[in-house]
Each structure stands twice: as C-alpha cells, then as structure tokens.
Ligand binder design. Sequence first.
Ligand code: PEP
Ligand code: MG
Length: 866
Amino acid sequence: AKLIYFFEEGSSKDKGLLGGKGANLAEMTRLGLPVPAGFTITTESCMKYLEEPSFFEDWLKKDVLEAVIKLEAETKKSFTGDENILLVSVRSGAAFSMPGMMDTILNLGLNDLRVQSLARLTSMDFAFDCYRRLLQMFGEVVYGINKDKFNIRLQKMEKHFSKTAADFQEKEHLQVIESFKELYIENERVFPQNPIDQLLEAAKAVFKSWNNHRAKVYRELHEIPHHLGTAVNIQSMVFGNSGNESGTGVVFTRNPATGENKLFGEFLLNAQGEDVVAGIRTPESIEALQQVLPEAYADFKRYANILEQHYKDMQDIEFTIENGKLFILQTRNGKRTAKATLRIALDLVKEGLITKSEALLRISPGTIDQLIHPIFDPQAIQNVELLAEGLPASPGAATGAIVFTSEKAKECHALGQKVILVRQETSPEDIEGMIVSEAIVTSRGGMTSHAAVVARGMGTCCITGCEALTVNEELKTITCGERILTEGDLLSVDGTAGKLYLGEVPTVVAENDQNLELLLSWADEYADLQVRANAETVQDLTTAIEFGASGIGLARTEHMFFGEERVLEMRRLILAENKEEIREALDKLLAFQQEDFYQMFQVVEDKRMVIRLLDPPMHEFLPSDLNEMKQLAVKLNKHPSIVEEQIKRLQETNPMLGHRGCRLGITEPQIYQMQVKAIFHSAIQLTKEGYTVFPEIMIPLVAEKEELAYVRAFLIETIESIFVNHQMEPFPYEIGTMIELPRACIIADQLAQEADFFSFGTNDLTQMTYGFSRDDIGKFIHSYKEKNVMVNDPFQTLDQNGVGELIKLAVTKARQTKENLMIGICGEVGGDPKSIAFFRNIGIDYVSCSPYRIPAARLAVAHASI
Ligand code: PEP
Ligand code: MG
C-alpha cells in the first residue's frame, strides 16, 4: 500500500487514511488555497509501526526520504543543505479531531549551522527563537524532557543577562542553545543535528503519541476507537514570527458561542501558532487585522468564504501570514456551543446550503440536552457577590468547591463532591480533571484556548481569561482584589455570561429558545413515533407539555400516597383492624386523590394521560424504626405491639419480587377501587364543566392473563356503578396493562385479549430479564464496563439482544390478537436516543420519558424516522 500522500494527491474523502488534518490539507490544496506544500504519512503506517517497530526502518524510511526530495523540488528549497533552507512542521492528525491530545513539532530541520543561514535570511532574533522552540518541542515530544525545564533555563539566562531573549546578542543566544543541549545530555540524550534524523525521530514520536495516556482518555470519553491510529503531516514551515508584517491566528467563520454569522477569532502579530492556542500572549480580535494588514485580511475573508461554502459548515481555520502573504494551515468544522450548533444549522438552511433533514441529522440529541440546562436564578443572582468577569467560553451554570489540580478534582469527584477546576490555563494533561468538574475557570487564555475548546466540546460550563484572578497553583490560592480564596471555597460559574460569583447560587430552568422550538417543530414533521412524558405532579406535567410531550405515557400514582397527611391514612388503611377504620382511611385518600386527578386532567387538557394504579409493596409506606412505630401507634390509637407485629408481618425478603403491582390489586381491591373512583369522580366533574376527558388506566406487573382479567372486571364494575350513581351517560375509557415481566412478553397474545393498550415497563422488564436488581446495579456496573463485560448499562440503554427481543416478540404476538393495539415504552430507556430507533423499527407507537428528556427524544425520533 501507498504509505505517503502529497497534499495534491488526496482529498477530504481520505479522512480514514490521512486523518482529518491531512485530508483537509489535501482538500484545501485541491481547492486552490494557499497551503504550504507537504505530505502525509498514513494512519495505516502508524498502526503498522505500533504493531511492529521494525516496519519503520524496513519500509517507511525509504518512502520518507523520497518524499523529502520531492518536497525540496516543490519548494525549491533544501532540507539538508545550509543555504535556502527548508524547515518543516510535524503534526499528528487522527481521523477524529482530538484537539491538543497528541504532539506537534515546529521548525524541524534547524541545527547549529542552519540557524545561521535562517538568521541571514530573516533576523538573528527570529532564527534563534525558532531554534529554541525546536529544541524544546523536540526534547519534550521525542525524549519526554519536561518543557518547563527549558523555560526555567531561558528565564535564568534572561535574569543573568538582565534582558529579555528578544534583545540577546548572538553569543547570548548561543549560550542558551548550549544550555538547552546540556539539558538533553542530562537526560542522556543528544539533539540530532542531521535534519533527516530529526524528521524520522519526530515521526516515530508522533506515531507513539497515539497511545499516550491523555489521548487514550480522550478517545474513551468521545468513543473513538483505539485501532485507528494517527497520520503524520509534514509540511513546509511558513513563519508568522518573521516580523511585524507577519503573524498567525485562529478564526471561526461564525461565532462558536452564539452562532452569529460573523468572523470570530484572534491573531497575534509576529508570532507562531502555538502562542495563540497556548493562551500565553493575549491575542487581538481578528477585526483588528483589517487595519494592520488589510490585504491579508481581505484574502482571509475570501478564503474563509470559499471553505464554508465548500464544507457547508462553520470552519475553524488556522492561518499564518509571512511577510504579508497569507497561508491557510488548517481548516476543520469548528467546535461550538449547543446554542451555536442550533443557530448555525438553522442559518445554513436559510442560506440554502443544507436541507432541513440535513440540519436535523447534524445535531445530536446530546446538544439539545445542553440547551435546556438550568441557568442561575435571576432573582437569587442579585443577592450574591460578583467576584470577577472573564470570557464566556462555554455556557451553563454550575456551583462547586474550588480545586486547583486535575488530581484533586478526581479525588473530590470520587467522594461525590462537586468541584470547579480553577487554573491559570489548562493543558491536555488536565483532561481527566476537566471531565469530572462542574465548571472550569482559567485566569488566562482566550476563546480558543485549550480550556475553552475542550469545555465547549464536553458541554461543560467554562470561563477563560478571567484576568482579575491571580491563581497560585502552588499555594492553592486565588487572589482577587482584596479577597483570597482557597481550596474548598464555593464558587458559582455562569459560563453563558462569563461571570463568576462567590458562594452558591440556585439554578432555574432555561428560558425557551425559539431556535430550539423551530428545530423541534421540523423534527416533528419527520417523526413517525410519538414522544410522551412520565409525569404526575402538576409541575412536571406542565414542564412536559412545554417541552412538547404529545401526552403522558406514565403517571405513577405512588406520590399521591406520600406526604405526612396522606401516608398516615395509608398506614391507617394497611394496619386497619375493622371496617370502620378501612372506610375512614379510604374516604380521606379518595378526597386527596380526587383533587389531584382533577388538577392533572386540567393540565393535560385534551392530551392522553395513562394513569398507572398503585405499584409499590405495602411495607414501603410503613416505618421501619421502632420509635416511629410507637409514635404511629399513638396516632392511630393502637397498642404499639400490635402495630409492630403487623409491620413485621408485612416485611418481605424480596420486595421487588413480592407483594406489589397487580398482586396488591387482587388482594386489596379496595385500593384500586378507590383510585378508580378518584379518577372517574374528577373526570365526571370536568366533563360536566365542558372538558373532554379520556381516562386510560394501567395495571402494573401483570404476569398472568387471569390477573388482568380479575382486576379489569372489578374495575369495570366499579366504573359502571360510578356512572350510574352520577346519572351520567358513560364516556369512553380504556384499561391497559404494563408489560414488565418476561412471562408477560411470552403470553402477550393472551394479555392483549384483556387489555386496551400495552406499555412496556422496561425498568422492571430489564430487572426481571437479567435478574439485575435495578436498585443495586450501580454497585458493579462500572466494573463491568471497565472490564468490557458490558458496554452499556441496560437500565439506561435498551439491551436489544435480550430485553429487546422479548419486546419484539410481545409486540408481534399482541398484534396477532389486536392488530391496532396501542403500544408504548415507559421505562427509562424510552428516553434514550440510542434505543429509540429500535423501538420505532419494531412498531412501537410512542416512547415516554421524564420531562427534561423530551426535547432530545423528539430529535432522536426524527433521526430514526428520516
Ligand atoms: C418500569 O418498570 O419500567 C416502569 C416504568 O415502572 P416503574 O419504574 O414505576 O417500576
Ligand atoms: Mg415497573
């Protein structure tokens, strides 16, 4: 196979082989953009080398040497000679962008002689600056010598000569170089003077960086396979640091925070690329370039436009200007906030660049989740102290305790503490700490600094360039004006506004985003599966409907039995010793529930609402503590020993497999009867007030046709007598069942005879199918995942092979009995974007999930349906 491609030989289609960066360089070259010449060593070569290091010497080396000769011809410069020197950059580039995760070396090809030649061509200052950078980057990337050690040496020299490096004389420059080389020697290494040796060593080091720790962590976080490998891009250098008509910058074609269609970015005059990304010097806004170098600015605008039209997406472009001439070094689809993702997609549709369905497919359900994240309560925010302001690098709102290191962040996170990682600036080594932090704050760096880019990608709230803070990572203090903060102090970070507050601030739901509503209305145009909500309180029902739920798929009635007053009546009922007590308790519970249902039906109006009758076992309503039992006895006017005995009697070894669900309905029919009375009394009242109410009642945990038949029969009887008592013409209603047990799936055809609808309770169905306790799986699932025994938690993402097959079987069987039986999913996986396509494909009518998951589910449904 071909191991090396020159830029003019590839295209954007070769991302797998050339990596994202290589493919883009090839594509830009093809488009006629001013890209410095170069070539790409393939990702396949990387994997071959990592598997068998001798591959490099035996096969690859020869091709690299040939490519260098060709590059010399193309650039009309020499890589080995001492005149008209060619220098190259060596950069990693995987198929998926992994910003800052792997290694880069610039100015490769300099040595003691060639630095003089470069000095003659440009300036001494510039040439030695390049050489120092090379020694430092090469030392770090190839030999693992900490780059700070070089900086310390440079600083010592500057102090010693009492001037900055920019003012050094030649002999002073040479002394620094000697000191850098000594550092190599101290590490039992020698800096190779031969440019070819430098190149070969650098390429190997870049290959190896594919397997460095932070790259592995990043891949795991973003679910990037480990077997892809990185390409190596070798490109002739252009110099942004060759004077004041030179510079370098990073620009997004649209604003990555808001999506506004306006160039957004930064540049630095007389600088190399690393300076912008590392956030060491604070750059200027790209607009300022128009004044300084108007021609380069105009060229840039033109090329940016070409690239955006070509890729039909917002681009993140790196450029360098060398003595007034603009070069494009890199372009890629720019990382952006959720808000910008949405706006850009909608704008691109308006601009006619992409279609509605393309726009929908471009947005991941996870992006939607970020848009509906809470913000700080605008009222509460007035009463807290604004500590400082920085750049709004990544939106969101979060509170946590200050930590200064990635390690500490991980440590606290493991203990369940919420932390804010505060640093001068972050670097790729901080990735693990950044993942576990609620928010990230840096005192330096811009909107394109490492912290900003990574946080936006993860959807973590972030402020960068918060210059009012003096962060001392060693002493673990932050000084801000008069104030000194230390580790553990609480901070609240508003990444949307770039504001940092002292202490804790409560959050509220984000305001409705009109762009989101528009996008979701497009999603609904494609959807052939409904999204309902699991909700039962008035507040949750309201939220669910605001988020676009087409109905309520599961209203669990448990909560109607809790609360101090109610639970007392429930306890009275459970512990009753005579009919009197039973009636008294039931009457009270009926009154409470009737009022609840009355409100709930009003909120959902003409939408469907499936009400699930009581499910949990009785002992969940009873105290377990002896003292509480005694108090209860007093309240119920009973002897404590009787209460105690009763409670003991109700205890079960295995409550999840115990006396719950329809089993309770059969042994204690008066409870279900009471619930149905409450439902129909309120429904009748609302009907009289002019509402249309369509009660759907659902029986949980059915395993046997006779269970359902029995409950159904007495419920119908109760309902009919209610209509008679109210002298009311009966209105339609339905009685359906949950499918939550493997046996229920297998006899679904029989159950369908007794049910008006089905809804899969995948929480219990998963629990009962796997035999994993849904309440305890958290104790070991992470270990399963770590050891690759399981990829997903089956309670979060449907187990398609097992539970999914059972569901498929049940759907097929049920529809043999009733062709048009309405079938929904109401367990947690109903809201899981990864599971939704499966449900759609097997003919489920709706999924139902908690209110906050609805917007993402609506998009996932569109993805499945397009
Ligand atoms: C289920 O089991 O999936 C379900 C929705 O019911 P619950 O979670 O209330 O048991
Ligand atoms: Mg259940």
